[in-house]
Design a protein around this ligand. Structure first.
Ligand code: C2E
Ligand code: CA
Ligand code: CA
Length: 696
C-alpha cells in the first residue's frame, strides 16, 4: 500500500506486513467483492485455508469449524464491519481435530480482511511466544505510524498549510491545521463527509468538491483544486488544495491526502478562469448563462455590498447592419468585446455578451458618480468605430439585495435600458421601482385592451390644422384617446408603443380609420364644407400586406372620396426594411391616397429622404423648430428646409406650434399650415364641430 505518494513521504506497509506475517502460521486475504480467498502464507495446519474462488463459502465453513463453546465469541464478529478481531479459539485442523489457535482478523476495507492464525498447539510455548511476538510487532508498527504522523505534523507546523485527509472507507474528513488563526476548523477537526457538508465551513457552491476530487483521483494521482473555506472571521477565502490519492494494491483509491494553502485573489482569478463553454466565442466575454451563475457566486462570496449591472446595446443596430454591411457590424461587436475585456480585468467585475449587440458589465462601485464615470468611460471607448459614430442605450441596476436571483438583476437592468431605447436626449437610465410599476401597468393595459375596443372606450379626438394666414381650419388629425372607466382619459403614449409590440395596434388603427371615415361621411351627408382628416398608420401596419385593401374597403363601405382620408406615416432612416416600406408607400400612392411624412426633423429623418419621395406632405416635428428657432443658424435650416420642400412640390404642415411667434416665423418661411396648442389641443368630435362651426 502506498501512502503519501507524491508528497515524498512514504511508508512501506508491505515491509511492516511481511514482518507481521512472519510470525503467523497461516495468513489469508479475503475479498468479498470478487468473492476470492487468497492464501498468503500456509502451513497446511488448517484445512480451510486453501485458496478459493468462493471465499464466502470457505469463511462460513471456517465459522462452522469453530468449537461450539468458542462459537459465541466468534459468531458476533463480522470481519467486514471494520473492527479487528483477535482471540484464542479452537477450530478444526486438516485432520478434523480441534486445535487451539490464535486468530487475528484485520479488516482492510468494507470488502476485504486479513485473517491470520497461529497454531497454539504447535507446542504450547511456541504458540504463546509467537503470539506475543506478533503483539509486539503490531505495537512497533503502530509506533512507526505514530512517529510518521509526528514527523508529518512537524513538517506541517513549519509551513503555512492545512492538512486534509479524506478517508473514503470511513467517509470521514480530518483536518489538521497549524493555521489556527486562519481557519474556522481550529487545529484538529474530524467529521464524516456528510456531516461536514451540512456545515457552512465550506462554500456551498464548492461542496461538489468531494465527488469531483474523487472522480479525478481515480484517473490521476495528483490534482489541484480551489475551494473556499471559512476563516476565523466567518468569511470565505480561497484555498488552493494539492491533493494526492492513496491507493491499495489493487489500485483502488482508498483515501485522499492533501495540503491547502491560502491563495490571494489575484492568483485565484487566474485559477477561476472560465471554461471554454462559458465563453462567447466571438468576444471571449462570458455568455449570458455563465454570467448569471457567476454574478450569484460573486455576490455570495464578496463582502462588498455595492454591485451594479450595466447593460447596453447599440441604437438601431439593424440600420448599422444594413448600411455598413454585416462584416462591419460583426467587427463592431468584436471591437466592443475587445474594449470591455481591456477595461475590466475580471477581478470584482464580470463582462458578458448576452446576444447580438447586447452587452453587460457587472461591477463593484463606490457611489453613483463612479457608476456614471464607468459608463462614460465605456462610452468614450466604443462610440467611434472606424470613424463611424455609434449610439448606445445604457440601463443600470444597482443590486440592493444580494440574494436576488441574477436573472432578475438582468431583467431590471434591461428594463432600464429599454426605457431610454430610441430616446434622443437621454441614453442612460437607472432602474427605478416606477419601471417595475410601468411593466405592471403594461400587463393591466394588455388585460383591458380587447374589452376596451368592444366597449368603445377608444375615442377619436381631432386636432385642427389651420391655415396660418387666414386662421381657418383646413384639416384635422385623428388622435386616439382611451376613456378608461376607472383610470379616466389615457394618452396614446401610454399604450401605443405597447400595442405596437403586441400587434393590437392593427385593430386599433383600423378602428380609428373607420371612425374617421364615418365622420367624413356624416359631414358630407350633412352638406358641411368638406375637410380632410389625417389618420396615423403605425409602422406595424405599414408592413401589413393587407393595408391597401383594408383602407379601400373602408372607403367603399362609407362611400367617401379618398382625398378626405389622409395617411400619416413616420418615415425614419431606421426602418427595418426600407425596400418593403417603399413598396407599400408606392402602392398607397398608386391607390390614390395622400401621404403625409410624420415627425420630419425629429432626429430620425434626413433631408436626403426628400429625394424621390412618394410623400405629398411633410409634417415638421415640433422638436425641429423648437430647437432650431433658438439660434440664427437653426432658423436658416428651417427656412431652407421649407423652401426646398416647396421647390420640389411638397406641402408642409408644422406640428406642435405653441406660440404666435412660431406661427409668424413659419409663415414668413413659406409654411402655410400649422397644428398645435397655439390653435387648439386635440378635442372631442363634438368640440371640433363646435370650433369649426358645423351644425351637428
Ligand atoms: P403624432 O402623430 O406626432 O401626434 C402629435 C402629438 O403631438 C399628439 O400627441 C398631440 O396631442 C401632440 N401635440 C399637438 N400639438 C401640440 C403642441 O402644440 N405641443 C405639444 N407639446 N404637443 C402637441 P398625442 O395625441 O398624445 O399622440 C402621441 C402620438 O401617439 C402621436 O404622435 C402618434 O404617433 C401616436 N398616435 C396617436 N393616435 C394614434 C393612432 O390612432 N394610431 C397610431 N398608430 N398612433 C397614434
Ligand atoms: Ca401624426
Ligand atoms: Ca407627428
Amino acid at each position: 500500500m502506498r501512502i503519501f505518494d507524491g508528497c515524498n513521504v512514504t511508508i512501506d506497509f508491505e515491509r511492516i506486513l511481511d514482518h507481521i506475517f512472519e510470525v503467523f502460521d497461516e495468513v489469508i486475504f479475503v475479498d468479498k467483492n470478487i468473492n476470492r480467498l487468497y492464501e498468503i502464507k500456509s502451513s497446511g495446519r488448517f484445512g480451510i485455508l486453501k485458496e478459493s474462488d468462493n471465499a464466502m463459502e470457505v469463511f462460513e465453513e471456517f465459522r462452522d469449524s469453530v468449537f461450539p463453546e468458542d462459537k459465541k465469541v466468534f459468531e458476533a464478529f463480522n470481519p467486514f464491519a471494520g473492527k479487528i478481531f483477535s482471540s484464542e479459539i479452537r477450530c478444526k485442523n486438516n485432520a478434523g481435530e480441534y486445535r487451539w489457535c490464535y486468530v487475528n482478523m484485520i479488516p482492510v476495507n468494507g470488502d476485504s480482511f486479513f485473517a491470520m492464525f497461529i497454531d497454539m498447539a504447535r507446542s504450547a510455548n511456541d504458540g504463546i511466544k509467537a503470539k506475543n511476538k506478533y503483539l509486539k510487532k503490531q505495537i512497533s508498527a503502530d509506533y512507526e505510524l505514530k512517529v510518521l504522523k509526528q514527523k508529518y505534523m512537524a513538517i506541517l507546523n513549519h509551513v503555512q498549510v492545512m492538512a486534509v485527509e479524506i478517508d473514503l472507507n470511513e467517509e470521514t474528513i480530518s483536518i489538521n491545521s497549524n493555521l489556527e488563526n486562519k481557519f474556522l476548523f481550529g487545529t484538529n477537526y474530524v467529521n464524516t463527509i456528510e456531516e461536514f457538508k451540512k456545515t457552512d465551513l465550506m462554500h456551498e457552491d464548492d461542496k461538489g468538491f468531494f465527488d469531483s476530487i474523487r472522480e479525478k483521483l481515480e484517473h490521476v494521482r495528483y490534482a489541484n483544486m480551489n475551494i473556499r473555506v471559512k476563516n476565523i472571521d466567518g468569511q470565505f477565502f480561497n484555498c488552493s488544495m494539492n491533493l494526492y490519492g492513496v491507493y491499495d494494491n489493487g489500485g483502488k483509491l482508498r483515501s485522499i491526502i492533501g495540503a491547502a494553502t491560502e491563495v490571494h485573489d489575484a492568483d485565484c482569478e487566474v485559477k477561476m478562469k472560465p471554461e471554454a463553454n462559458e465563453l462567447d466565442s466571438w468576444t471571449g466575454l462570458l455568455n449570458g448563462l455563465a454570467f448569471c451563475k457567476r454574478i450569484e457566486k460573486l455576490l455570495k462570496s464578496s463582502q462588498s455590498e455595492k454591485y451594479a449591472l450595466i447593460v447596453f446595446d447599440i441604437e438601431h443596430f439593424k440600420y448599422v447592419n444594413e448600411v455598413y454591411g454585416l462584416k462591419f457590424a460583426n467587427d463592431v461587436i468584436k471591437y466592443i468585446g475587445f474594449n470591455l475585456k481591456n477595461m475590466f480585468d475580471g477581478t470584482k467585475n464580470l463582462t458578458v455578451r448576452f446576444l447580438n449587440d447586447y452587452f453587460g458589465v457587472f461591477v463593484e462601485y463606490a457611489d453613483d458618480d463612479e457608476l456614471n464615470d464607468t459608463i462614460k468611460n465605456i462610452n468614450s471607448k466604443i462610440t467611434y468605430y472606424n470613424d463611424i459614430k455609434l449610439k448606445y442605450a445604457y440601463g443600470v441596476y444597482k443590486v440592493t439585495n444580494k440574494l436576488l436571483p441574477s436573472r432578475l438583476i438582468c431583467d431590471y437592468a434591461n428594463m432600464a435600458r429599454k426605457s431610454v431605447k430610441g430616446n434622443y436626449l437621454n441614453h442612460v437610465a437607472f432602474y427605478s421601482e416606477s419601471m417595475k410599476q410601468r411593466i405592471i401597468e403594461d400587463i393591466n393595459i394588455e388585460n383591458d385592451m380587447e374589452t376596451a375596443l368592444d366597449e368603445r372606450q377608444f375615442l377619436m379626438y381631432l386636432q385642427p390644422k389651420y391655415n396660418i394666414r387666414t386662421a381657418k381650419i383646413v384639416g384635422a388629425e385623428a388622435l386616439v384617446r382611451w376613456e378608461h372607466p376607472l383610470k379616466g382619459i389615457i394618452r396614446p403614449n401610454m399604450f401605443i408603443p405597447l400595442f405596437e409590440k403586441n400587434g393590437f395596434i392593427m385593430q386599433l388603427d383600423t378602428f380609428i380609420w373607420e371612425e374617421a371615415c364615418r365622420v367624413i361621411k356624416k359631414w358630407s351627408d350633412n352638406g358641411e364644407a368638406p375637410i380632410p382628416i389625417s389618420v396615423n398608420v403605425s409602422r406595424i401596419n405599414v408592413s401589413n400586406p393587407q393595408l391597401v385593401s383594408i383602407l379601400d374597403s373602408l372607403i367603399e363601405k362609407y362611400g367617401i372620396e379618398k382625398k378626405y382620408l389622409e395617411l400619416e406615416i413616420t418615415e425614419t432612416v431606421y426602418y427595418d426594411d426600407q425596400v418593403s416600406l417603399m413598396k407599400t408607400l408606392s402602392k398607397l400612392k398608386q391607390a390614390g391616397y395622400t401621404l403625409l411624412m410624420d415627425d420630419f426633423g425629429s432626429g430620425f429623418s434626413s433631408l436626403s429622404m426628400l429625394e424621390n419621395t412618394p410623400f405629398d406632405v411633410l409634417k415638421i416635428d415640433r422638436s425641429f423648430f423648437n430647437e432650431k428657432m433658438i439660434t440664427d443658424k437653426g432658423k436658416k435650416i428651417i427656412r431652407y428646409t421649407i423652401r426646398l420642400s416647396n421647390d420640389i412640390g411638397l406641402n408642409i404642415v408644422a406640428e406642435g406650434v405653441e406660440t404666435k411667434e412660431q406661427a409668424d416665423y413659419l409663415l414668413q418661411c413659406g409654411c402655410c399650415v400649422a397644428q398645435g396648442y397655439y390653435y387648439s389641443k386635440p378635442v372631442t368630435l363634438e368640440e371640433f364641430e363646435r370650433i369649426i362651426g358645423y351644425t351637428h
